[in-house]
Design a protein. Structure first.
Lengths: 317, 336
């Protein structure tokens, strides 16, 4: 299937106190209609910056972004507005994503106006999107204000607002991390259903591999701005190829008393990035480091259909 | 015998809408040498309970009733200064954000020294030696004692606040969401530090968390809190594998398992009751798919099931059947 969203060689370099910080380096990815792609990694790995560039909220330092066959890397004016209507962001924190003075109805009407949807369609659109996020009957919610809603209900409104313009792509950055455990599942299920029934493409950004597994068929693992591994989520978790992915999978606790409590196959901490960025950025923490890792940056190579890893290890599988 | 035994504890807060019972008639036992997970969602009163036990409630909060028996003594009979003397020495606190435990403008060495010298009565030389020992204990390089907190990563800060908490050899450590703000690898490393220290020093620990997986990983006991009360408590292996309370059953299906893609998650519909006007019966009844008339009218008492398992549910006898039904999303959807 042709990709809906495609990025090639995305880079983002920030300048901080005279130093260059490579927040994102050479990230390429694609998402097809109806497909959900997850980007997983720890704080500072570049996953949020990548998402912001894809949504054109952040200017890439280099690279190209294609959406539905058109190059939108430098789109502006009405082309950018048209893109925004079709690629929507779901905010992380529902408690400050909505204007506290607006009723829910007004929060949902704003995007319809921004994207010049005829007024005659507004009521139908609002009712159908409220059904989709399961806030029914819509009339009992629409005249309320955010402070009258719980976190889970607010996040449903945030989803409704993202869906109301009829987007083809949803980008969700930690969509449930601010919510209570008991209501997270409801939000994830709404997102899954929206994707299935509307054929949306979805991009999820999270530090939580368990969440990514629940919603994404494909996963990209990032470490210090680079993609270290990508592939079908289930395979990547059951047979991680990159030593970093291995540590990441091993670190996720499960809600069973019987579980692996062995020490993690990783050394040091995120701040132990090698001072010289020419080799592999994971080498200072890698249990399988070799001399070659210090001199030669591993590039992404295919190890099985659909699976890629950036690691020099022969048996990285 | 329990190191800590809480009986019928009620904590109230003054609010604009009148007093609210954030903790309401709560019982809890913490045996010596265990890690007890205190699980619940925001607003259930778990942090309030932790603060009440430490004697550090905010001004508008107070213990309105009940007993807190710690090492055989009723803390309610203690004067404020006697209470203060217990802090750090017998019981210590690790807050969620290590920055709240650490003074941003003081070097870690000075913060350690303050506790060791002023609270613990050590000499300057002893304090220096003990600080290095504590840093090694939590896996930090003693050379980093000269650093300021902002020089540390999140995980290092949390290790430093654990070192501070352990400075005077307390027998009980209360940790309020100590790993929530951390990345998964760092979270695991900090949990391992806590587990190792608990075993080595035979500490008791209360680990306040919203995350069942953290409980399963690190705790040998668990108490599940809902709307100001403990609804289920016991050995972690018992409570997590054979939950008796529908809320606990719901929580076990509410979030994804990294090793299982087949499971479909089951949200617990609705929200907790407003504690200004708690319902007359079981507080979970409005969200419970198994609630009947009695549940709505009479609060269920806490009852023992097996040697080390307590539950407050009228339907605990049917738990085996209910567990099967609780795994089905349709069961919970009916509540919506």
């Amino acid at each position: 299937m042709t990709a809906l969203l495609q990025a090639e060689g995305l880079q983002k370099t920030f300048h901080s106190r005279g130093r260059e910080v490579h927040a994102v380096q050479n990230v390429s990815l694609s998402v097809s209609p109806g497909e959900a792609l997850g980007i997983v990694g720890e704080s500072g790995c570049g996953k949020t910056t990548t998402a912001r560039m894809l949504l054109r909220l952040e200017e890439p330092s280099a690279g190209r972004i294609m959406f539905d066959g058109a190059d939108i890397t430098n789109a502006h004016g009405r082309h950018l507005i048209a893109y925004r209507a079709r690629a929507q962001l779901v905010f992380q924190n529902p408690f400050d994503a909505l204007n506290p003075r607006f009723t829910i109805r007004r929060s949902l009407t704003e995007p319809l106006r921004n994207f010049a949807i005829p007024v005659s369609e507004h009521q139908d659109r609002i009712e159908s999107v409220m059904r989709r996020v399961r806030l029914v009957p819509a009339e009992s919610w629409l005249d309320r204000r955010p402070h009258e809603l719980s976190g889970g209900q607010l996040q449903r409104v945030v989803l409704a607002r993202a869906l109301i313009s009829g987007p083809s792509l949803i980008v969700a950055d930690e969509p449930v991390s601010m919510l209570d455990v008991s209501v997270r599942a409801g939000i994830l299920n709404v997102l899954r259903d929206a994707r299935d029934s509307l054929g949306l493409a979805a991009l999820y950004i999270s530090h939580d591999l368990a969440l990514i597994r629940y919603v994404c068929e494909q996963t990209i693992v990032m470490y210090l701005g680079r993609i270290v591994e990508q592939g079908p989520t289930a395979e990547l978790i059951s047979r991680p190829a990159h030593p970093y992915t291995r540590a990441l999978v091993a670190a996720v606790p499960v809600a069973r008393v019987e579980q692996n409590r062995e020490g993690l196959p990783i050394r040091g901490s995120l701040s132990d990035a090698p001072p010289d960025p020419s080799g592999c950025l994971f080498r200072n923490r890698c249990p399988s480091v070799m001399p070659r890792c210090a001199t030669e940056a591993p590039t992404l190579r295919t190890i099985a259909p659909g699976r890629m890893v950036a690691c020099h290890l022969e048996g990285a599988m | 015998m329990s190191l800590l035994s809480v009986r019928d504890l009620t904590v109230t807060y003054d609010t604009q809408r009148g007093p609210v019972r954030a903790v309401d008639g709560l019982d809890l036992d913490v045996p010596a040498g265990s890690i007890t997970g205190l699980v619940g969602e925001s607003g259930c009163g778990k942090s309030t309970l932790g603060r009440a036990l430490m004697g550090v409630l905010p001004d508008r909060g107070k213990i309105a009733a009940g007993e807190v028996i710690f090492e055989g003594q009723d803390l309610q009979t203690f004067s404020a200064s006697a209470r203060r003397a217990l802090r750090w020495r017998r019981m210590a606190f690790i807050p969620q954000t290590a920055m709240n435990a650490l003074d941003p403008v003081q070097r870690l060495s000075a913060q350690m020294a303050e506790i060791l010298i002023e609270r613990g009565g050590l000499s300057g030389r002893e304090a220096t030696a003990r600080s290095s020992e504590l840093f090694r204990l939590v896996g930090l390089d003693p050379a980093r004692l000269a650093a300021y907190p902002h020089h540390f990563s999140g995980g290092m800060r949390q290790r430093a606040s654990i070192a501070l908490a352990l400075a005077l050899n307390p027998s009980l450590v209360i940790a309020d969401e100590p790993v929530t703000a951390l990345d998964v690898i760092v979270q695991r490393q900090v949990l391992d530090v806590l587990r190792e220290l608990q075993a080595r020093l035979q500490l008791s620990m209360i680990l306040v968390t919203h995350d069942m997986a953290v409980v399963a990983y690190a705790c040998d006991r668990v108490a599940v809190m809902y709307a100001g009360q403990i609804v289920e408590a016991g050995l972690a292996a018992e409570v997590l594998e054979r939950p008796l309370h529908p809320y606990t059953m719901g929580l076990t299906h509410a979030f994804p398992d990294v090793h299982d893609s087949q499971m479909s998650l089951v949200p617990i519909e609705g929200s907790p009751p407003d504690l200004h006007t708690p319902p007359p019966g079981c507080r979970f009844a409005a969200r419970c798919p198994f609630a009947d008339a009695r549940c709505n009218n009479e609060p269920p008492p806490s009852r023992p099931f097996g040697p080390d398992h307590l539950v407050a549910c009228w339907h605990a006898e049917d738990a085996t059947t209910l567990r099967g039904r609780a795994a089905d999303p349709q069961t919970w959807a009916a509540i919506a």
